[in-house]
Ligand binder design. Structure first.
Ligand code: NAI
Length: 243
């Protein structure tokens, strides 16, 4: 089992789904984990459920709040080793139906929110010249998806935040990678029609939807020393769906 004892980790959007499973997986591997959620009481409840040391309120669209929180966590624990920029939203809209506020909320949460988190993480990790960051891309960001142009564009941007930050931060000992999940069974995909889920399963070589824990295990690998020479990668966690 991956050993993360002595590491300090931060997971955004950790109150449910992939974020909660990741917080749990990192805590089980021995890391001291801080998770965040938009609602403080839900963040505290999730922290207790995940075995995390704290649950804090954070909206990742607020750059100043992200910077203050990340600096505070690093100060309290003396360092910050791992950051998982997981918070994200998905709303479908066909091209003709895309409204400006959907563009704004999707880009400000998925792109700017991830960017704020990576920037703050890099600042906190730079001093110790070590750290691992993972961001949440998506297979649709790599291959596109009808009815998901805005979301797919946002996730393509997220993948390129990982690639660019990896190039910039490598010499500071900081690795940056992305995971690109397929269809994972969480609240985000709960609205998918049953026939769409069945169609995805039929096209997936591993013949099932993903679980949040499947993604959490891939993230745990990427932030661990097992991935010590891996940076700038976008790791598919999709059961082979895109093959
Ligand atoms: P989810 O909807 O279950 O959880 C998303 C989390 O992000 C929630 O805790 C939510 O409160 C938080 N969040 C949303 N906006 C926020 C904001 N402005 N500030 C702070 N927190 C915010 O979704 P799920 O499935 O766990 O997704 C996690 C990440 O994985 C997202 O970035 C999503 O785009 C990505 N992903 C999910 C896939 C899936 O099939 N479930 C597939 C590919 C990527």
């Amino acid at each position: 089992m991956t050993d993360l004892s002595g590491r300090v980790a931060l997971v955004t959007g950790g109150t449910r789904g992939i974020g909660l499973a990741t917080a749990k997986a990192l805590a089980e591997a021995g890391a001291t984990v801080v998770l965040t959620g938009r609602d403080e009481s839900r963040a505290k409840e999730a922290a207790a459920a995940a075995g995390a040391s704290a649950g804090l309120a954070l909206d990742v669209t607020d750059a100043k709040a992200v910077s203050t929180l990340v600096r505070g966590v690093a100060k309290e624990h003396g360092k910050l080793d791992i950051v998982v920029a997981n918070a994200g939203i998905m709303e479908d809209a066909l091209l003709g139906m895309i409204k400006e506020d959907l563009v704004d909320t999707t880009l400000s949460t998925n792109v700017a929110g991830t960017l704020h988190t990576v920037q703050a993480a890099a600042r906190a990790m730079m001093r110790k010249k070590t750290g691992a960051i993972v961001v949440l891309a998506s297979i649709v960001g790599e291959y596109g998806s009808a009815g998901q142009t805005v979301y797919a564009a946002s996730k393509a941007a997220v993948a390129n935040i990982a690639r660019s930050a990896a190039k910039e931060l490598g010499r500071s000992g900081i690795r940056v990678n992305a995971v690109a999940p397929g269809v994972i069974d969480t609240d985000l995909t709960a609205g998918l029609a049953e026939d769409a889920k069945a169609d995805n399963i039929a096209r997936t070589p591993l013949a099932r939807l993903g679980a949040a824990e499947d993604v959490a295990k891939a993230i745990r690998f990427l932030v661990s020393d097992e991935a010590s020479f891996v940076t700038g990668q976008v790791l598919g966690v999709d059961g082979g769906l895109v093959l």
